[in-house]
Design a protein around this ligand. Structure first.
Ligand SMILES: Nc1nc2c(ncn2[C@@H]2O[C@H](COP(=O)(O)OP(=O)(O)O)[C@@H](O)[C@H]2O)c(=O)[nH]1
Ligand SMILES: [Mg+2]
Length: 698
């Protein structure tokens, strides 16, 4: 491959809902350009960008994948992204690495939740977006219908640039509104070869309608063109292209195309359009990168070859036998194979051996990459997603990609207990690859918790653990970190006496126990007067009480928010020691706490849920059924936001329920809120479960 400079590079993220045809489109574009020798399919598991075993097995994308198409002396980097929201972390990373997006919409499935989500994400980043209606060959494909859906659900500024010739199984060509020519595909063509003809009579009415709309729209984006148009003058193709490109950058215009990736119809036109309408890599707006240890100063980064090298690692993934592979976007400067670079995020030197570009799973070594290009390198020592590679002389840290926060929580354990260490190492590595996945050990419930964007996300984590790290693990419902407290006061004795052969044990104490406000923890007051317990044994009493309180009195959960006054006791000059006073403390707690009206505390979560208006009633009904207390509702863009306090125990798999109530359009956030007394029936159930567990254990 020859070297490409930024002006000859386009970086395009391919986004949209799951199964809208993104991966197949990338495959077709790489193939018709001649850059990929084979036209792989999803069914055979042979596409360039769905090459991980998890993807082949499931038939959908999980990781972003990079391919390229060389077309019109330009290298188009195509970043295929997953459509399911469980994997939107990679879709967001793909957009962050690109300068524009192809938003793919299936001709029969239309605009879906993932389409809305990713279109908004692209627009909020200020990236130009080109819509592509895919699968035009499918039965019931309806181009006009999809155009109307985009108009009503995504943006009124969408404008068709092409008209399909035939639809569904009879789809066999496209008419380009600029060229006023039809591409009629030879039946059975494998390479997208076509014959150029005049506009066929059957599409003439549609052509006239869309052509008028197009010219009017373009004219409206530019005052001088508008004037000429109103005076009845002509607008040339070049003028129209320039005006459209500018309008796309300002988000004032979104062109619409149509293809069949299976048949390679319409794909050449998409390639040419990307070259003509999408910004080249030199046109990137400047970025403010952080410098200095504190990161309190910034420098401007421009896409220029002779500036110092700076690149953002937007994806890392580990592959068995290869190790870690890092994908990065060169934002400024250029870099040569074998160069030494500086990871300013982790203050480490890395060597870029076998500098490459990727065509799906294949890595193709290149001598040099210029500002604006996307590259890859394997086996860096300590570099992860979101790190910046720069130089020792000019270390900078680029703004990081904001990954979505994980939401769904499960407990995980290895099936084979001996694999615990391997499991922890694997979880750690998977987080480095995918920051929207996290894991941590819960000291309170003694289990490892994993959080991700959805249940599908966590199931894929299990599959990766097995394949990449050889650990078979399983997911469970997480334990709830209940606590206990007391509502009343009580007092009494703890007396430990044991005579066994030689020296005996003796400890005796009297305590009063009382509640303190929520969050007050544990307080201990020594009120011994006259040395009824020698002061050296008093800390032992306290330790005994703390130890006993950790096991609770109702259901085996730690008892919190109480105070203990130690006010009397007795001792024996020979038999008393620390151990016996600790036992006395334990016995005192066990004797007195049950009399102080113990209650169960349960963790509460503040839930904020977003849903379309028409489903709001069902969402609130469901929250109430989960013992939720609704705090209020409020309009937030197109959706309504509901806030509620809900017991954590009732929130298991909430996102799945919300997803089905709102047909995938709702989403939510959770935040720990605090502890509150659980209702008696809940407390009784938790206590019974605890007893059952102990019965099994003993
Ligand atoms: N008939 C037809 N099927 C297609 C076309 N493009 C994709 N598909 C099928 O649609 C399904 C989803 O495609 P895929 O590329 O995986 O979509 P993605 O999830 O958006 O990447 C697969 O079964 C493809 O074979 C097309 O142009 N025509
Ligand atoms: Mg895909």
């Amino acid at each position: 491959m020859r070297e490409y400079r930024g002006s000859e590079i386009r970086n395009i993220a391919v986004v949209g809902h799951g199964a809208s045809g993104k991966t197949s489109l990338v495959e077709a574009l790489a193939f018709v350009s001649g850059s990929s020798k084979r036209h792989g399919t999803i069914a055979d598991g042979t596409t360039l960008t769905d090459s991980a075993p998890e993807e082949v097995e499931r038939g959908y994308s999980i990781n972003l994948g990079c391919a390229y198409a060389e077309w019109m002396d330009t290298k188009i980097n195509l970043i295929d992204t997953p459509g399911f929201l469980d994997f939107q972390g990679d879709a967001i990373a793909g957009l962050a690495a690109a300068d524009g997006a192809l938003c793919v919409i299936g001709a029969t499935s239309g605009v879906e939740v993932g389409t809305e989500r990713m279109f908004q994400e692209a627009v909020s980043r200020g990236d130009p977006v080109l819509f592509v209606v895919s699968m035009m060959d499918k039965e019931n494909a309806d181009f006009d219908e999809i155009y109307q859906q985009i108009k009503s659900r995504l943006t009124a500024k969408v404008i068709p640039i092409e008209v399909p010739v035939g639809e569904g199984p009879s789809f066999h060509g496209i008419v380009n509104l600029f060229d006023r020519k039809a591409h009629v595909y030879a039946r059975g063509t494998k390479t997208g070869a076509y014959e150029e003809t005049d506009v066929p009579p059957e599409v003439q009415p549609q052509f006239d309608r869309y052509y008028a709309e197009l010219i009017e729209t373009i004219a409206a984006t530019d005052d001088s063109l508008l004037e000429r148009y109103l005076d009845g003058g002509e607008i040339s193709r070049d003028e129209a292209i320039r005006a459209m490109k500018d309008a796309m950058k300002r988000m004032e215009l979104f062109p619409l195309f149509c293809v069949s990736s299976t048949h390679n119809y319409g794909t050449r036109a998409v390639l040419s359009t990307i070259v003509e309408l999408m910004p080249n890599a030199y046109e990137m707006e400047e970025i403010h990168a952080f410098v200095g240890a504190e990161g309190d100063r910034t420098v401007e980064i421009h896409a220029e070859d002779d500036a110092p090298f700076a690149a953002l690692v937007f994806k890392t993934h580990s592959e068995p036998h290869v190790g870690d592979v890092s994908l990065f976007r060169v934002l400024s400067g250029s870099v040569a194979n074998g160069d030494e670079v500086f990871n300013a995020t982790r203050a480490g030197v890395e060597k870029l051996n076998h500098l490459s570009v990727t065509q799906g799973r294949d890595r193709i070594e290149v001598p040099r990459l210029h500002a604006g290009d996307i590259g890859c390198v394997a086996k860096l020592r300590n570099t992860h997603t979101n790190d910046t590679l720069s130089t020792r002389a000019h270390p900078v840290r680029l703004p990081q990609i904001a990954f979505p926060e994980p939401l769904v929580q499960m407990a995980i354990s290895p099936v084979n207990r001996a694999d615990e260490e391997k499991l922890q190492a694997g979880l750690h590595r998977l987080h480095d690859e995918d920051p929207s996945f996290e894991s941590h050990w819960s000291a309170e419930t003694h289990e490892t918790l994993v959080t991700g964007l959805g249940e599908r996300h966590l199931e894929v984590v299990l599959a990766k653990l097995k394949r990449k790290f050889g650990v078979v693990a399983e997911l469970h419902r997480p334990r709830i970190a209940y606590r206990e407290t007391i509502r009343g006061r009580a007092e009494g004795q703890g007396r430990h006496k044991k005579q066994s052969g030689g020296r005996g044990q003796f400890g005796d104490c009297w305590v009063r126990i009382a509640p303190v406000p929520r969050g007050g923890g544990f307080r201990f007051e020594d009120q011994i007067v006259g040395g009824s317990i020698p002061s050296k044994f008093i800390p032992a009493v306290e330790r005994g009480i703390i130890e006993a309180s950790e096991r609770g009195v109702l259901a085996g959960y730690p008892l919190v928010d109480f105070k203990v006054e130690l006010y009397d006791g007795s001792y024996h000059t020979v038999d008393s020691n620390e151990m016996s006073f600790k036992m006395a403390g334990i016995l005192a707690f066990r004797n007195v706490a049950p009399k102080a009206r113990p209650v169960l505390l349960e963790p509460l979560v503040e839930v904020t849920a977003w849903a379309p208006d028409e489903m709001l009633g069902d969402v609130m009904g469901d929250l109430s059924a989960r013992r939720g207390q609704i705090l209020g509702t409020e309009q937030d863009g197109r959706l309504t936001k509901v806030r509620a306090i809900v017991p954590e125990a009732e929130l298991y798999k909430y996102s799945t329920t919300l997803h089905s109530i709102t047909h995938g359009r709702g989403h939510h956030r959770e935040k720990f809120h605090g502890y509150a007394e659980a209702p008696p029936d809940v407390a009784a159930k938790v206590a019974a479960e605890n007893q059952k567990e102990h019965a099994v254990a003993s």
